[in-house]
Every structure is written in structure tokens, then in C-alpha cells.
Design a protein around this ligand. Structure first.
Ligand code: ZN
Length: 92
């Protein structure tokens, strides 16, 4: 089966849960990419998405607690955004 199809099927399966947490496009792509490579063992186009999220997206995390993993990523990105905002307002 072509990788692109696997990738798109994976989107269909997980996008709803990701969307609920309003994650940016690059985060969504990385989550899908890691499910393909770590769980389905298809080497997805690994340059796609936000690689800084890989520390959350291990095979173990994805398979044992997928929703918990999405929540950890949501928290991580929230903290990052807060730091970026704080930094921007200091430099006004
Ligand atoms: Zn995609």
C-alpha cells in the first residue's frame, strides 16, 4: 500500500481528536508522521511537521496512552506560546 494512502488514512483516524485540542498544522503532521513510522512501521516522510514534539511521540506513548500524549503536546505548546508572548511584550 502506498505510503501517502497510509498517511491520509491515519489523518482520518486521528484528526478529530487533534482538532479538539486546536493543535497547529505542523504539530498535526508530526503526530501523523510518527504514528506511521512508530506504530505502523512505514517510514513516513520524516521531514514533515514539528520535530520538537518527537520527545512525546514515542512508540510507547502513542500505543499506551494516545489521548494523554495529545494532551501533553497541547500543554507543551501552550507553555511555548506563553513564553513567546512574554518575550515579545518585554521587547516592546
Ligand atoms: Zn499529512
Amino acid at each position: 500500500m502506498p505510503l501517502l494512502l497510509i498517511h491520509e488514512f491515519t489523518h482520518i483516524c486521528v484528526d478529530n481528536e487533534i482538532q479538539k485540542r486546536k493543535r497547529p498544522h505542523l504539530a498535526k503532521e508530526r503526530i501523523v508522521s510518527r504514528i506511521c513510522s512508530e506504530i505502523l512501521e512505514f517510514d513516513d516522510h520524516n521531514s514533515v511537521g514539528d520535530k520538537s514534539l518527537d520527545m512525546f511521540l514515542s512508540k510507547e506513548n502513542l500505543s499506551s496512552d494516545f489521548l494523554g500524549t495529545l494532551n501533553s503536546i497541547a500543554d507543551h505548546l501552550k507553555i511555548n506560546q506563553a513564553q513567546i508572548k512574554a518575550h515579545a511584550s518585554r521587547n516592546k
